[in-house]
Write a protein that binds this ligand. Structure first.
Ligand code: ZN
Ligand code: FE
Ligand code: FE
Length: 295
């Protein structure tokens, strides 16, 4: 089964997102629970959330990949920004308790001159604390798995190497205990890993092997499927439409069809409008059908 979808807007509510994605041919999607640049999240009714849950179940959707705001930086140098970001994270996770069984991915953050080591411990500290608070406030275990996104390494971004992501996970576990381990995972962004210097075009197997030996492929829970405008190792983070970038269609097709990435939700974050997304979703489905036909 292939789960493919794109980012949709939350502005018309939760059920509306499911319906919209279905109209584009997708069977998973991503959304920002609040304005992607930060700000207040939309107030949602419990009925709307349950209606979406029913809708995705009825239509055999894969897990959804909710995206934390870009402005959230839990390892910011400024205490005030860190505190606000932590609050945003807690608020998102708390709100999403009702939409259980899905993923919540976010960018680990930018260390803004503090250095990676300090940032990693701030991120782990925030995660451990926020998970604990969410569970206490909602009186239930965390309902959605939190995914750290692989980053391109633009500016002072943390999380552009598998080792850094592993370190965040391990430090969170050492603060919050082993019980937190299955609550954490990674979302692999194809544009970002490529820009960070992992050559998924010429050595996808090698990159996945490396991921497996450092983080473990069980923890690779979702994929952001993007082409890149720049070269491997460029640290730029500029997404391109599938097949129009430097990674190219063949390499992205190999990612989608890789047996070790089976059943993961693939989310398009390509520069497209609805008709563009519809076409890319169809392209990905065609790749899948070709594979079935070849067998
Ligand atoms: Zn992202
Ligand atoms: Fe991404
Ligand atoms: Fe990006």
């Amino acid at each position: 089964m292939i789960y493919i979808g794109n980012h949709v807007s939350v502005s018309k509510g939760y059920l509306a997102m499911g319906k919209h994605e279905l109209s584009l041919g997708g069977n998973t999607f991503a959304f920002f629970p609040r304005n992607p640049r930060g700000g207040k999240s939309k107030t949602v009714s419990d009925e709307d959330v349950s209606a979406l849950r029913q809708f995705v179940a009825d239509n055999d959707f894969g897990k959804l990949v909710v995206h934390g705001a870009y402005t959230m930086n839990i390892c910011a140098a400024k205490e005030e920004v860190r505190a606000n970001s932590r609050e945003m994270l807690r608020d998102d996770l708390l709100r999403l308790q009702a939409l259980s069984g899905n993923f919540y991915n976010f960018h680990p953050g930018c260390h803004v001159g503090q250095g990676t080591e300090t940032a990693v411990s701030q991120i782990a500290g925030a995660l451990a604390e926020v998970i604990n608070e969410v569970e206490e406030l909602s009186n239930t275990p965390l309902q959605n798995r939190i995914l750290l996104e692989t980053m391109a390494g633009k500016g002072s971004e943390v999380g552009s190497s598998f080792e850094e992501l592993k370190e965040i996970i391990e430090q969170t576990v050492s603060l919050a205990g082993e019980a937190v381990r299955p609550k954490l995972g990674v979302c692999l962004d194809t544009c970002h890993v490529w820009d960070a210097g992992y050559d998924i075009k010429n050595d996808l197997d090698g990159v996945l092997e490396k991921f497996d030996s450092i983080i473990g492929l069980d923890n690779l829970c979702a994929v952001h499927l993007n082409d890149s405008k720049n070269d491997c190792g460029s640290h730029k983070d500029r997404h391109e439409k599938l097949g129009l970038g430097i990674i190219g269609a063949d390499a992205l097709k190999n990612v989608v069809l890789h047996p070790l990435l089976k059943n993961r939700p693939f989310i398009l974050e390509t520069p497209n409008d609805d008709s563009g997304y519809k076409a890319e979703i169809q392209t990905v489905k065609d790749w899948m059908n070709e594979l079935i036909f070849e067998r």
